[in-house]
Design a protein around this ligand. Structure first.
Ligand SMILES: Nc1ncnc2c1ncn2[C@@H]1O[C@H](COP(=O)(O)OP(=O)(O)OP(=O)(O)O)[C@@H](O)[C@H]1O
Ligand SMILES: [Mg+2]
Length: 198
């Protein structure tokens, strides 16, 4: 029996929400060790991340570490007019934050902080579940599918890298035409990759 997209979302969200606090803390730290191994990181200066919610792997330690490495970090902000789209704003320790409609903190929208998508080097994407072909299932908003569409069509621009707990891996997800598969996903134990060698 195969599960529907909604059933996968529900099951995997519940799994990650139930991870004990100490496990979450350790996972966020171990993620840095894997992330540091990415060859892309050396040439990446402008990196989009996201703040964790809903049991997602804790990205705060990774963000702190990237700041220490002298990297510039950006966070998604829901576009005020263009429905279903994201903007990416520069994020620093002193950045003024506000709650968005999903009750997730995002930088307060200030025009000078916006960095156009094509000027980012990496986009770390959240996901609810991923499968053995690199397909991802998100929370259902289509935000990252829209954001990544130009990269998928042209294979140019910022490269997406998924971040997840190991328990978010499932063997096969039901796919829709608009879903953008990821070339890499980093978990505390593994760097999954599907891109062909260049
Ligand atoms: N490139 C796109 N252009 C227009 N609509 C899109 C696009 N990508 C996704 N959508 C719409 O977004 C909705 C949600 O898509 P989906 O269920 O794949 O979200 P998701 O991948 O779980 O979310 P997210 O991308 O935010 O993590 C769908 O109704 C779909 O039609
Ligand atoms: Mg999708």
């Amino acid at each position: 029996m195969t599960l529907s997209r909604q059933e996968f979302r529900q099951q995997v969200r519940q799994l990650r929400q139930q991870l004990p606090h100490h496990f979450q803390q350790q996972a966020g730290l171990t993620l840095i060790e894997q992330f540091a191994l990415l060859p892309e990181l050396k040439f990446a200066q402008h990196i989009a991340l996201y703040l964790s919610a809903d049991g997602e792997i804790d990205t705060n330690p990774l963000i702190d570490w990237l700041w220490q490495q002298g990297k510039q970090v950006y966070l998604p902000v829901i576009h005020p007019f263009s429905k279903g789209h994201l903007l990416f704003l520069h994020y620093q320790p002193e950045t003024e934050m506000v709650l968005n409609k999903y009750r997730i903190l995002e930088p307060k929208l200030k025009q000078p902080l916006i960095r156009p998508l094509y000027q980012l080097d990496l986009i770390c994407t959240p996901l609810v579940a991923f499968d053995s072909t690199g397909h991802r299932l998100g929370m259902g908003g289509g935000y990252y599918d829209r954001t990544l569409q130009p990269w998928f069509d042209s294979q140019r621009g910022p490269k997406p890298i998924g971040l997840a707990h190991d328990c978010q891996h499932v063997s096969k997800l039901p796919i829709e035409a608009w879903d953008v598969p990821l070339p890499k996903i980093v978990t505390p134990s593994t760097i999954w990759q599907w891109e062909t060698a260049v």
